[in-house]
Design a protein around this ligand. Structure first.
Ligand code: PLP
Length: 424
C-alpha cells in the first residue's frame, strides 16, 4: 500500500487534513466488483461499497456505455419550469413504479443532503399550501444522520457533527431513537399544530447500523397519522435494495409520506438523489390550486445522471441483486457474529440486508481513543476497506455482488486487526 504524502490541493471531508501530511492519503485508482486498487497496485476488498453506495459493484462497463451514449447525445439540460429530458422522465417513472407509494412523484436532487433539505422545505411549503403555516417544527431521532446541508445538519443526532455549527435551524427537535413514546411526548409538548414532520432512517446507518426495535416503525407511523404529522423515511442508505427490498419501507410495511433517496439510485456512478413524494404531499401542488414548490437545483433531473440511474436499476433487476442481498443477509450475520467474542468488541449488528456493524467496547475506546482508527487501519493493512461510524463501530455495507468468500475475508481481516490492536 502506498500513500500520497506530497502536498495536495484537495481538502478531504471529515479529515484532519494537517495530520494527513504525515499519515498520508490512500489513492484509489481502479475498481471492479467488490475490489478496488490503489496507485501501487494493491487490491482491497471494499467492505463499505465506497460510502454505502456502490451497490452494483465497481467497474460496470454497461453503465459507462449508457453514460457515454447519453453525454454524446445530450449531457444535460436544465429542468426548471417547463423543461425536461427523456432520461429524466424515464427514471422518475421507473423510481415511482418501484415504490409502494401510490402515484408517487419524484423530485430529483444531486445527493442525499439535498434530498433531506428538499423534503424539509417541501414540508414547510406543504403545510403553508394547505393552510397550516404554523406546523413548522421537524423532529428526528438521536443517532440519526441526515446529511450535511442546513436542515440535515440540524436534524442530525450525532453531536460531534453539529457542535461547532450552532446556532442551527431552530425549528428542529430530537427524540429517542428507540422509544415511540418519546415521539408522542414531544408532539404533545410542542403541540400537534406546530409539528410538521418526523424524519427517520428505517435502519440508522452512519449512527451505527441500528435496526428498529420490533414494531417501532409501525408505532411511530400511527403516532404521526394520529397527530397529523408527516412521516418521512430517509432511505438514502436503505433505498434501492440494500435491505433486499427496493425500499426498507416495503420490508417494514410502512407507508411514509415521502422517501428521501440517493446513493444506490446510481450506485454512485454519478451524483443523484431523489425525494419520492406520496399523494398527500403532492395534492396541493399537482391539483391546480396554484401552489408552486419554489425550489430546485441546477442539476435537478440531470440527464446523464438519470441515464446512469436507469442503467444501474436495470442491472439490479436483471441480475436479481435484491434476491442476492436477501440470500447474503444470513451469511453476513454468520461471518460477523463470532467477532462478538473478541474482548475489544461489545456488539455485532447484522441481519438487516447487506448492512452490518461491529461495535468496539466502550471501556476500551475510552481508555484508548485511537483504537477504532487503528482497527480500521489494521483492516486496510489486511486488504479490507472499512471505516469507523459514530466513533464506535466498524461499518460493513459491501456491494451486492460480494461473494460469501469475500464476506469471510472481511471478518478475518477484522479479527486480525482486532487481535493486533489488543496486542498493542
Ligand atoms: N441521509 C442518510 C441516511 C445518509 O446516510 C446520508 C449520507 O450518508 C445522507 C442523508 C446524505 O447524503 P449525501 O452524503 O449524498 O449528501
Amino acid at each position: 500500500m502506498t500513500t500520497t504524502t506530497a502536498t495536495t490541493s484537495y481538502w478531504n471531508p471529515f479529515a484532519d487534513v494537517a495530520a494527513l501530511a504525515t499519515s498520508g492519503r490512500v489513492t484509489i485508482v481502479r475498481g471492479e466488483g467488490s475490489t478496488v486498487w490503489d496507485d501501487a497496485g494493491t487490491a482491497y476488498l471494499d467492505a463499505i461499497a465506497s460510502l454505502w453506495y456502490c451497490n452494483v459493484g465497481h467497474g460496470r462497463a454497461e453503465i459507462a456505455d449508457a453514460a457515454a451514449e447519453q453525454i454524446r447525445t445530450l449531457a444535460a439540460y436544465q429542468t426548471f419550469e417547463r423543461y425536461t429530458t427523456p432520461a429524466t422522465e424515464a427514471l422518475s417513472a421507473k423510481v415511482a413504479s418501484l415504490t409502494h407509494l401510490p402515484d408517487a412523484k419524484v423530485f430529483f436532487t444531486s445527493g442525499g443532503s439535498e434530498s433531506i433539505d428538499t423534503a424539509a422545505k417541501l414540508v414547510r411549503a406543504y403545510w403553508r399550501a394547505v393552510g397550516h403555516p404554523d406546523k413548522e417544527i421537524v423532529l428526528s431521532r438521536e443517532h440519526a444522520y441526515h446529511g450535511m446541508n442546513a436542515y440535515g445538519t440540524s436534524l442530525a443526532g450525532i453531536p460531534s457533527n453539529l457542535d461547532v455549527f450552532h446556532p442551527l435551524v431552530p425549528t428542529v427537535e430530537r427524540v429517542a431513537w428507540d422509544d415511540a413514546a418519546t415521539l408522542r411526548a414531544a408532539i404533545d409538548r410542542l403541540g400537534p399544530d406546530r409539528v410538521g414532520a418526523f424524519f427517520c432512517e428505517p435502519v440508522i446507518g452512519a449512527g451505527g447500523v441500528i435496526a428498529p426495535p420490533e414494531g417501532y416503525l409501525q408505532e411511530i407511523q400511527a403516532i404521526c397519522r394520529e397527530a397529523d404529522v408527516l412521516f418521512i423515511a430517509d432511505e438514502v442508505v436503505s433505498g434501492f435494495g440494500r435491505l433486499g427490498d427496493w425500499f426498507a419501507s416495503e420490508r417494514y410495511g410502512i407507508d411514509p409520506d415521502m422517501i428521501t433517496a440517493a446513493k444506490g439510485l446510481t450506485s454512485g456512478y454519478a451524483p443523484l438523489g431523489a425525494v419520492i413524494v406520496g399523494p398527500r404531499v403532492c395534492e396541493p401542488f399537482w391539483s391546480g390550486t396554484g401552489a408552486i414548490f419554489r425550489h430546485g437545483y441546477t442539476y435537478s433531473g440531470h440527464t446523464a445522471s438519470c441515464a446512469i440511474g436507469l442503467a444501474n436499476l436495470e442491472i439490479i433487476e436483471r441480475e436479481g441483486l435484491r434476491d442476492r442481498v436477501r440470500a447474503l443477509e444470513p451469511v453476513l450475520e454468520r461471518v460477523l457474529r463470532p467477532l462478538e467474542a473478541h474482548p475489544l468488541v461489545s456488539e455485532v449488528r447484522a441481519g438487516v440486508g447487506l448492512l452490518g456493524a461491529v461495535e468496539l467496547d466502550a471501556g476500551a475506546r475510552a481508555a484508548d481513543p485511537g483504537l477504532l482508527n487503528r482497527v480500521v487501519a489494521g483492516a486496510r493493512e489486511r486488504g479490507v476497506l472499512t471505516r469507523g461510524i459514530r466513533g464506535v463501530a466498524l461499518q460493513v455495507s459491501p456491494p451486492f455482488v460480494v461473494t460469501e468468500a469475500e464476506l469471510e475475508q472481511v471478518a478475518a481481516a477484522f479479527a486480525g486487526a482486532l487481535d493486533a490492536a489488543a496486542a498493542g
